[in-house]
Design a protein around this ligand. Structure first.
Ligand SMILES: [Zn+2]
Length: 170
């Protein structure tokens, strides 16, 4: 099943702010999402570490992310669906927002060995400080990585595809 992740315009705006602050550094963190149906998720928050700027987020100190995630979980405790860690996100400031070999190896290692058996990886790139290109790839234990679908939604209206997003080729 292809995973789809819906991102509201306000979440998108927050991410854009982080990316502007990050500049040419690769930044990232964790995705927190509400599951609304099988394979369907709404992004409810994301953690970010602007200081570390590390490539290897799997070995970076988890504390700032844990604290941010606790806050996001608390803020969203009233939601009907299950709210939980969905995966990782990071920026590719200077190259296309598709998983690198290192990204694929790290995510595969996480789902096969140490972490949850399923996780998504969102990679974003800010273009000319204005629009965001992004892809989502899902990793499941025992399976090959699969391209997912990102949907930009206005807060209340029907989900729609936003301009400025580049969806992964299938
Ligand atoms: Zn990467």
């Amino acid at each position: 099943m292809t995973l789809s992740l819906t991102v509201s315009r306000s979440q998108l705006a927050k991410m854009q702010t982080h990316l502007k602050k990050g500049g040419n550094r690769e930044i990232g963190g964790w995705l927190v999402a509400e599951q609304t149906a099988p394979g369907k998720f709404d992004l409810v928050g994301l953690t970010v570490d602007l200081e570390a700027g590390t490539r290897d987020r799997f070995d970076s100190l988890p504390e700032p992310h844990s604290q941010q995630m606790d806050r996001i979980l608390l803020e969203n405790s009233g939601r009907a669906g299950r709210v939980d860690y969905l995966g990782e996100w990071h920026s590719h400031p200077t190259f296309p927002p598709i998983p690198s070999e290192i990204d694929v190896a790290a995510m595969t290692d996480m789902v096969e060995n140490s972490g949850p058996s399923f996780a998504a990886l969102v990679i974003v790139r800010l273009i000319a400080n204005a629009s965001i290109q992004a892809t989502i790839t899902t990793f499941q234990r025992g399976q090959l990585p699969e391209a997912g679908q990102l949907i930009i939604a206005d807060e209340v209206s029907e989900a729609e595809f936003g301009e400025g997003w580049q969806l992964p080729e299938h």
